[in-house]
Design a protein around this ligand. Structure first.
Ligand code: ADP
Ligand code: MG
Length: 226
């Protein structure tokens, strides 16, 4: 028991340190970005516009990595409340649709009657966003992403199904490893975050993948003991 407590303390410390560093690093980045933007608009820097644009893009990338890393490292206690997953998806849908439209893709939902779950709304939002973004990124133009919910015995299942490129056998076991990415500008933190959110909800993630696309299943238990 003492060993377990010590481990938790360490985890907490790492999380707190990560949050602290993230904060301390992000502030100066924000300042630099602000000044770069100011310079971008000035005639005297017209010749360097290309460089300035590049610097801003790189800063945005650093910021993205910090944000995703923080949401992963934050060893937070989940704020569980009774929530219908369908309602959450319906609320999130306009945002997802806007995302899809920008890249010429389609998104639809097929929501069946499901039991109310104990969920941390913010975290489940993040989980859905990450899975949907991956699905979108895996598809070429006009592909359709489908969000399904249904009951499987006493479990509530969320299925995120895409018509994308599928996942190679040798990559499947690496999924969820922080910083594993096959994308040129990926962070490799999206799925790691999904797995940790899922674990905090006592849920399970299963994957089906092939040439015609990939489906991520998040399976929630309804009869929870906390
Ligand atoms: P990132 O999206 O930044 O690459 P993720 O952790 O979200 O990081 O995903 C890790 C890797 O898993 C991706 O680079 C991709 O190779 C693979 N992957 C995840 N979801 C899908 C999907 N729906 N279809 C195909 N590959 C996927
Ligand atoms: Mg991703």
């Amino acid at each position: 028991f003492e060993k377990e407590m010590a481990r938790l303390d360490r985890l907490n410390l790492v999380g707190q340190m990560a949050a602290g560093i993230g904060h301390e690093v992000r502030n100066p980045l924000t300042t630099i970005r602000g000044f770069l933007q100011l310079m971008e608009g000035k005639d005297e820097f017209a010749k360097s516009k290309g460089y300035i644009k590049l610097m801003i893009e790189e800063l945005d990338r650093a910021n993205l990595i910090i944000s995703e890393f923080l949401s992963l490292a934050k060893n937070k206690t989940v704020d569980l409340r009774p929530l219908n997953l369908n309602t959450l998806i319906e609320n999130l849908f306009p945002l997802l649709q806007a995302d899809a439209m920008v890249s010429d893709k389609n998104i639809k939902t097929e929501l069946q009657d499901i039991e109310v779950l104990s969920l941390d709304e913010k975290e489940i939002r993040q989980l859905i966003l990450n899975l949907v973004r991956n699905g979108m990124e895996a598809m070429s133009r006009n592909g359709t992403l489908t969000l399904n919910t249904f009951m499987d015995g006493d479990r509530v299942v969320l299925a995120v199904q895409d018509e994308g490129c599928g996942i190679k056998d040798q990559d499947i076991e690496k999924l969820g490893t922080p910083f594993f990415t096959t994308k040129e500008s990926g962070t490799g933190l999206g799925l790691a975050t999904c797995y940790s959110i899922s674990a905090r909800h006592n849920a399970q993630i299963d994957i089906e993948t092939g040439n015609s696309g990939t489906t991520f299943y998040v399976k929630f238990k309804t009869k929870q003991k906390y």
